[in-house]
Write a protein of this length. Structure first.
Length: 233
């Protein structure tokens, strides 16, 4: 049984503040522990853990937020700035139609212009856009059981069979990774699943296990595997 992408995790210097920012920007509910819940119970949550490691490089992954109209794009940008986000320059040209911002902890994200066909019929978080190889796109397609919806010029993208947010990898050149990612994937298994068998399957697909037991995908990106808790009663 393949695992479920249950959350995108953030290592944050102020988890509570960052949780409030993203809940307000995405108009989502928060759990008691600060987890930002998926809007329909089917997508992924956002989970925030404390870390005092400084942000020294551009993240390996960021969100692309979609817009249905130019007015909605402008409203999303204005709302993000009101909540504590800021404009940043990552080398984008003035002609580009998307707006590049950072959240209060410095994590980059883009607000995409209306009319983007690749992100049509996805979700408000249209994509989790990752720096990564074609091989890692293939790995995650098999690991999650999500079909490839783009595979061209070493760029890949996958999407749940139910639709929603796409996960994309931009292909080479891939920026060197010399520290723990601030964003990571959290996978969940059913409570009755055999965790070691699933880890063995992921390893056979190209994942690696560190000496401390942490899991890495083929590009060296950290991810976690947890068991779904059974509700009492």
């Amino acid at each position: 049984m393949t695992p479920h992408l249950s959350a995108i995790g953030f290592h944050a210097t102020d988890p509570e503040a960052l949780s409030r920012f993203w809940a307000a920007l995405l108009d989502r509910e928060r759990a008691d522990d600060g987890t930002v819940l998926p809007p329909d119970g089917e997508g992924f949550a956002l989970r925030f853990t404390a870390s005092q490691e400084p942000k020294n490089r551009q993240n390996q992954a960021h969100f692309d937020l979609t817009s249905e109209t130019p007015e909605q794009q402008a409203a999303t940008v204005a709302r993000a700035l009101e909540l504590g986000g800021r404009h940043i320059d990552i080398g984008q040209s003035p002609e580009e139609s998307h707006v590049v911002l950072a959240d209060p902890d410095g994590n980059e994200f883009c607000v995409i212009a209306a009319g983007n066909k690749f992100l049509a019929d996805t979700a408000f978080i249209g994509a989790v856009a990752c720096d990564g190889t074609q091989a890692v796109g293939y790995f995650w397609s098999k690991a999650l059981g999500w079909p490839l919806v783009w595979d061209q010029d070493e760029e890949t993208a996958i999407q749940s069979p139910r639709g929603g947010t796409k996960i994309t990898w931009g292909g080479p050149p891939v920026h060197p990774k010399n520290e723990t990612n601030r964003l990571y994937f959290e996978l969940s298994l059913p409570a009755d699943a055999d965790e070691e068998s699933e880890i063995a399957r992921l390893l056979s697909l190209g994942a690696r296990r560190t000496e401390t037991g942490d899991l890495l995908d083929p590009d060296g990106n950290e991810f976690t595997l947890r068991r779904t808790e059974v509700s009492a009663g």
